[in-house]
Design a protein around this ligand. Structure first.
Ligand SMILES: O=c1ccn([C@@H]2O[C@H](COP(=O)(O)O)[C@@H](O)[C@H]2O)c(=O)[nH]1
Length: 243
């Protein structure tokens, strides 16, 4: 599939993993005009809170709030209701919480929407196995037998059954997830490393080009951009690789 630069940028979610609003705002400023998504994870959200999310939305960005909810259904429902009111485009819950918990997240979205003036609801996706998890960790520490792919597909099927829009998985599992849950079921893939970049704590990785060839819908990319001497240039060169 031939992508335009704007389409390629729209597949990239830049992970704003920073400890302060100022540091995150500086990165956002550096990327100005590139129509990528922005991902706010735990570190930045705990530091900056809802007001920073609101600022990103005011600037016109599509925002993925990556808080990975995992609690009893009633608590997840309440948190999802509040998150929906923030106006984010996408948020996630752990598929390991089970079907009922994931359904509760969607009920929270519906409850927020019932009292609102409208606008598109956020999509909710399920985290399968973290991209830092290797087969050894899965089998020997966590105690789940079988391959990582088997486990990811099982969790994806639970998320699908609950009615979620897709999952977070590594690009290595995209094809298996699509086969099991259908092409419309979204895959959001961290574990992206341009050729030569350090894997760091990520275990299941692919280059942006490989991930695109596997059919990923969105690529989450943090340190290869945020840790680069020129983050804007780093993002642009990834986009060039995809067109
Ligand atoms: O399985 C998962 C789920 C979430 N993440 C998040 O994605 C980014 C990846 O950052 P890099 O610097 O490109 O490794 C980060 O915010 C994680 O919290 C993930 O990596 N794996």
């Amino acid at each position: 599939m031939q992508l335009t630069k704007a389409e390629a940028a729209g597949k990239i979610m830049v992970a704003l993993d920073y400890p302060t609003t100022d540091a995150a705002a500086a990165l956002v400023q550096a990327l100005r005009g590139i129509p990528c998504w922005l991902k706010v994870g735990m570190q930045l959200y705990y530091a900056a809170g809802p007001s920073f999310v609101a600022q990103l939305k005011e600037q016109g960005y599509a925002v993925f709030l990556d808080l990975k909810l995992h609690d009893i259904p009633n608590t997840v429902k309440g948190a999802s209701e509040v998150i929906t009111r923030l106006g984010v485009d996408l948020f996630n819950v752990h598929a390991a919480g089970g079907v009922r918990m994931m359904e509760a997240a969607l009920e929270g979205v519906d409850r927020a929407r019932a009292g609102s003036a409208g606008g598109a609801p956020p999509q909710v996706i399920g985290v399968t196995q973290l991209t830092s998890t290797s087969r050894e960790t899965l089998n020997e520490e966590i105690g789940i037998a079988g391959t990582v792919e088997d486990c990811v597909v099982r969790y994806a099927q639970l998320a699908h059954r609950a009615g979620l829009s897709g999952v977070v998985a590594s690009p290595l599992e995209v094809q298996a997830v699509k086969t099991a849950c259908g092409r419309a079921f979204r895959t959001v893939t961290p574990g992206i490393r341009p050729a030569g970049a350090e894997a760091g704590d990520q275990s299941r990785i692919m280059t942006p080009q490989q991930a695109l060839a596997c059919g990923t819908d969105y690529m989450v990319i943090g340190r290869p951009i945020t840790g680069a001497p020129d983050p804007r240039e780093a993002l642009q060169s990834i986009i060039e690789e995809l067109v």
